[in-house]
Design a protein around this ligand. Structure first.
Ligand code: GDP
Ligand code: MG
Length: 392
């Protein structure tokens, strides 16, 4: 006890593994609520045995987002949290199997100038595919620590927390100078000069504020309270920017510039495995989603399912159930009831009415069960796996 209390925010795309990492680190020490005023879930939890890192660490699971633009409740919640609550550090979780798309959020987070680390998650899948990610190079280019992890097994997670803690001790991070092309960079610096005072007053990072103004972020425009004269100048600069490119729209142009940067970073640090080393599931996908074979394969599989369900196994089981009920159970029940001295109408009601009625429905049960199993289980994909492996 007595360790300094710090807050670390977990930010990442949907399905990048945030919840898996969050659960791994906090166990049952969780508090689940809502962000004030909106129906976006808020999860907080204290990291188990955080004292070994020298801190009392609270982790905040922010909503999954792709960008920091103000177009959804989730995006607004996440960016307001980072700019207003100023977490002591940000862990940006990145799905390593989908690195380009995930880095689009990372490059925006870097501009928020919080102490930050990247958790490069799903490394088990990267290894399985045979891809190679040069983590050192990635980290050098982005100017932040990148820690490979597998949240599902917890591999690399202690190192991740250590890295986050040492980022807290180092303080804020500097964005790389080549985040944008030269012209975007120049334009963005001209806006810096116009907004820095108001950005500082509002406690916002200056570079981030000016790039958002260049993008035409209406929400931020409202928050800053810039004089009309300044807004007019910004719009003039933005028009000059738009006139310089065929893309013609400032937001698209900034996004394009970010993607070009990401392409360079990924090009220098990620080596995809040769096509020959595709995983089994990719090989199956290549066959079952083939532009010519897909439909015939689908029809064959469906034919197989219906044959199994209605004419072969299903039909045998249906006959079996019918035979058990009307051939065995009903005569036995009729005899037993008669031996007990039941009236004929009573026996008939039970045997010919209830039992044969229920039996009629019951005889469809095997077919329903087979159809259900075949449609829902992995049976189909597994048998396809099997066939493909044999064919190889
Ligand atoms: P969230 O949407 O960011 O909260 O992501 P989840 O934690 O719900 O994870 C999305 C999916 O990815 C789940 O099916 C997880 O089991 C899976 N997943 C998470 N981490 C890993 C990992 O390290 N390796 C693999 N193979 N799967 C993972
Ligand atoms: Mg989640």
């Amino acid at each position: 006890m007595g360790e300094r209390a710090v807050k670390i925010a977990l930010v990442g795309n949907p399905n990048s593994g945030k919840t898996t990492l969050f659960n791994h680190l906090t166990g049952s020490n969780q508090y689940v609520g809502n962000w004030p005023g909106v129906t976006v879930e808020k999860k907080e939890g204290r990291i188990r045995q955080a004292e070994r890192y020298g801190y009392d660490i609270t982790l905040v699971d922010l909503p999954g987002i792709y960008s920091l633009s103000p177009y959804s409740m989730e995006e607004i919640v996440a960016r307001d949290y980072v700019t207003k609550e100023k977490p002591d550090a940000v862990i940006n979780i990145v799905d390593a199997t989908n690195i380009e798309r995930n880095l689009y959020l990372s490059v925006q987070l870097i501009e928020m100038e919080r102490p930050m680390v990247i958790a490069l998650n799903m490394m088990d899948e990267v290894y399985a595919k045979g891809d190679v990610i040069h983590v050192e190079e990635l980290s050098r280019r982005l100017n932040i620590p990148v820690i490979p992890i597998t949240a599902k097994t917890g591999e690399g997670v202690p190192r991740l927390v250590e890295a986050a803690v040492s980022q807290i001790e180092r303080g804020f991070i500097m964005e790389p100078d080549d985040l944008y092309d030269d012209f975007t960079h120049e334009i963005h610096h001209r806006i810096d000069n116009l907004v820095w005072q108001q950005a500082k007053n509002a406690g916002l990072p200056v570079h981030w504020t000016s790039i958002k103004m260049l993008e035409g972020d209406q929400q931020l425009r409202g928050v800053l309270g810039l004089p009309d004269e300044t807004l007019r100048k910004i719009d003039e600069i933005a028009h000059e920017y738009e006139a310089s490119s065929a893309l013609g729209d400032r937001e698209t142009m900034v996004a394009d510039s970010r993607y070009k940067y990401i392409e360079r970073v990924v090009g220098a640090s990620v080596v995809k495995a040769k096509l020959g080393k595709r995983t089994l599931s990719e090989k199956i996908d290549a066959v079952v989603t083939h532009r010519f074979f897909a439909l015939p394969i689908f029809l064959c599989v469906m034919f197989l399912i219906f044959t199994l369900t209605f004419s072969t196994i299903g039909a045998w089981l249906q006959d079996g159930v019918a035979w058990l009920i009307s051939g065995k159970f009903s005569p036995w029940l009729r005899e037993w009831m008669t031996s007990l001295g039941a009236q004929t109408w009573m026996t008939s009601l039970v045997v010919d009415g209830a039992v044969s009625g229920v039996g009629g429905v019951l005889s469809f049960l095997p077919q329903i069960a087979i159809l259900f199993c075949l449609l829902s289980s992995n049976l189909i994909s597994n048998s396809l796996c099997f066939i493909i492996t044999i064919l190889q």
